[in-house]
Every structure is written in structure tokens, then in C-alpha cells.
Design a protein around this ligand. Structure first.
Ligand SMILES: NC(=O)c1ccc[n+]([C@@H]2O[C@H](COP(=O)([O-])OP(=O)(O)OC[C@H]3O[C@@H](n4cnc5c(N)ncnc54)[C@H](O)[C@@H]3O)[C@@H](O)[C@H]2O)c1
Length: 324
């Protein structure tokens, strides 16, 4: 089988590529083993030194290039996007990549006529504004950012192209993924990773929100497992509505730093400096933090069991078990 990942050079795209190459069996519902994995991104993503992996430079905003990219794909993971603060700062670019790019991909898959399976990385940024205390599976989509609006629009399109039988799509609403490996990015949530990642690497980190700020989180390990699980579910598991909120963990930023202290000690936790910044505090306060993701749980998606599990997984996966 042939799998395509858009945004394969990004944080999750790279991890997903490695996970797919490491699997012995194809996702459920596919008869043939992985023969080709195309990793597409603006710049060709790094080669993963596996003969089945083909890095490709492709701009998702270019319809013709996208048609060539997915011509004979059996399964596509659509991760290419520009993130929240970036899409807010550059409206045209956000629309071009996050909305037009998604439409290009859907049109290309439709033109191919093979009804391939598509897993789309959406976000809980589809919720915003005056929200109920707990988000349920029937809470309306009320995005308050361009990024959230683009993800919500993408979900509706995935749903409609699936209803028409052009694709077999599924959209996952991702919580904030923590701990992000590598450098901080332009997302307003980037501090949630920095306050764990930097102290563990021996560096200081600034926390721009107060300790009582609650967030809805999922680890890289769990989100990659969710992508693979979503790809293997039968269409009937989704029925007429192709979106699902991924189960996550609600935790305050204060609890996050206390967990860091428990796992790595006082010296490491003291590397976090609390410097609340009104602008970031206001953005984060607008994000939903409490969810009852019954549909996702009933479909077999799973959250991390504790924030400690998330910190320990980061130390194991990214630091080779060593704390600075
Ligand atoms: N990481 C999170 O916390 C989080 C949370 C919710 C949703 N998501 C979604 O999950 C997906 C992956 O997230 P990530 O953290 O790996 O993001 P990332 O920014 O690390 O990766 C996104 C990739 O998309 C690529 N891209 C941007 N414009 C492109 C274009 N025009 N053509 C082709 N590729 C382009 C970028 O070069 C980048 O490598 C995104 O769609 C994101 O919106 C992520």
C-alpha cells in the first residue's frame, strides 16, 4: 500500500513517519504491507534511510502538485498546516495553507477516483468564546481564531467529501501536544512544552501564565497512536459524522511544574520562571480545558493516564533517559 503524509517534515509528521515505517502490519482494513511512504512538506523532509520512504517537496497550496502527490495513495495523513499564532498574524497565508490546501487535497483525492482513506489533524481550537464548563461531543463549533475557523471548515469538508463517497475521511480534534520536541514554535501554547523541555535540558524557561491555568493535553506518543488507530477504524465506526475529539488530560500549569519537580527534582523545577504575560494569559484562558470525549473513548482512543506519564515518556523518547 502507498501512504502519503503532508507536513511530514513537522514535529508530528516526522514521528508518524517513523511509527509507520516501524510497524510490521498495515493498518486494519488494508490488505497489503506498506510499500511506499511519501513524506511531503514545503522543503523535502529529512530522509529516514528506509527504502520505502520518499521525501517530496510539495506546497499544499499548489493544486497541480498535490494531484501528482496523492495520485495513487491508499491512505493520506493530512498534517500540513501553519499553526495558531502564525495563521492569526498572516491571514492570507493561513487561508492558503490551512483552508485552500485542504480543499486542494480533497479535490485531488476525489479526482483520483479511488476513495482513499484520509486522516485529518484538526484541533480543539475549533472551540472558543463563551463555552460551557465541559465540552461534550455535541458542543457547537465556535472558533475565535482564523486557525480554528480553518480547521472547522476543513472538518466540514472532510465530512462532506466522505458523505459523497469521494474519500473515507476522519478528522481528529487534537488537544495541545506536550512535550513538543525541538525548538519552541509560533503556537501560543508553545510555553506548555518549554516549561518541561528546557528545564530537563538544563535551561531556564519562562512561564507566561499563572499556575492555576488549566490546559487540555496529550503526549506525542498518544497522538501518534491515535493517528494509527483512526486510520484502522472502519468507516462505520464514524457513521455520518467524521469528526472526533481525542481524549486528553486536563491539568493546571502549576500541576505540570509540580510533576516536573517530583520526577526530576527541585533544581530542575527551579529553572521555570513565572512571569505572567497578560496577552498570553488572555489567549490561553479562552481555550477549552475540560472535555467529556465520550465518542472518542467509545471508539478506542485513549488519553495519557497522568502528566507524569507524559514527562517520563519525553525523558525516554527525546533525552535517552538522561536529565541535565
Ligand atoms: N502540535 C500540536 O500541539 C497540535 C495541536 C492541535 C493540532 N495540531 C495539528 O497537527 C498537525 C501537525 O502539527 P505539528 O505540531 O507537527 O506542526 P508543525 O508546524 O511542526 O508541522 C507542520 C508542517 O506543515 C508544513 N507546511 C506548512 N505550510 C505548508 C505548505 N504550504 N505545504 C506543505 N507543507 C506545509 C510545515 O513546513 C511543517 O513542517 C497540524 O495540522 C496542526 O495544526 C497540532
Amino acid at each position: 500500500m502507498k501512504i502519503v503524509i503532508t507536513g511530514a517534515g513537522g514535529f508530528l509528521g516526522r514521528k508518524l513517519s517513523l511509527a509507520l515505517l516501524g510497524r510490521q502490519t498495515p493498518p486494519a482494513g488494508f490488505d497489503h504491507p506498506l510499500a511506499e511512504l511519501v513524506g511531503a512538506d514545503l522543503m523535502p523532509p529529512p530522509d529516514l534511510r528506509d527504502p520505502r520512504f520518499h521525501p517530496v517537496a510539495c506546497d499544499i497550496g499548489d493544486g497541480q502538485a498535490v494531484r501528482e502527490l496523492v495520485a495513487d495513495a491508499d491512505l493520506v495523513f493530512h498534517l500540513a498546516a501553519i499553526v495558531s499564532a502564525d495563521a492569526e498574524a498572516d491571514f492570507d497565508r493561513g487561508m492558503r495553507v490551512n483552508l485552500d490546501g485542504t480543499r486542494n487535497l480533497l479535490e485531488a483525492l476525489r479526482a483520483g477516483g479511488r476513495r482513499p482513506r484520509l486522516v485529518f489533524a484538526s484541533s480543539v481550537a475549533v472551540y472558543g468564546g463563551n463555552l460551557p464548563e465541559t465540552i461534550t461531543d455535541t458542543t457547537h463549533l465556535t472558533p475565535q481564531t482564523s486557525y480554528g475557523a480553518q480547521k472547522a471548515a476543513g472538518e466540514l469538508l472532510v465530512n462532506d467529501y466522505s458523505r459523497k463517497g469521494y474519500i473515507d475521511g476522519r478528522s481528529l480534534r487534537l488537544p495541545t501536544i506536550v512535550v513538543r520536541a525541538g525548538e519552541p514554535n509560533l503556537a501560543a501554547s508553545t510555553f506548555a512544552s518549554s516549561i518541561i523541555r528546557e528545564p530537563l535540558a538544563g535551561e531556564e524557561a519562562v512561564c507566561p501564565v499563572t499556575p492555576d491555568t488549566a490546559m487540555y493535553l496529550l503526549s506525542p506518543r498518544r497522538v501518534i497512536a491515535a493517528f494509527l488507530h483512526a486510520a484502522g477504524l472502519p468507516a462505520s465506526a464514524f457513521g455520518g459524522w467524521r469528526s472526533v475529539v481525542l481524549p486528553g488530560l486536563t491539568v493546571t500549569v502549576g500541576e505540570m511544574v509540580e510533576t516536573l519537580r517530583r520526577v526530576a527534582g527541585d533544581k530542575v523545577a527551579a529553572r521555570v520562571r513565572w512571569e505572567p504575560e497578560a496577552r498570553i494569559q488572555a489567549i490561553v484562558a479562552g481555550w477549552p480545558a475540560r472535555f467529556a470525549p465520550e465518542r472518542g473513548l467509545s471508539m478506542g482512543f485513549a488519553a495519557d493516564t497522568s502528566f507524569e506519564e507524559i514527562v517520563r515518556a519525553h525523558i525516554e523518547d527525546e533525552l535517552g533517559g538522561r536529565i541535565a
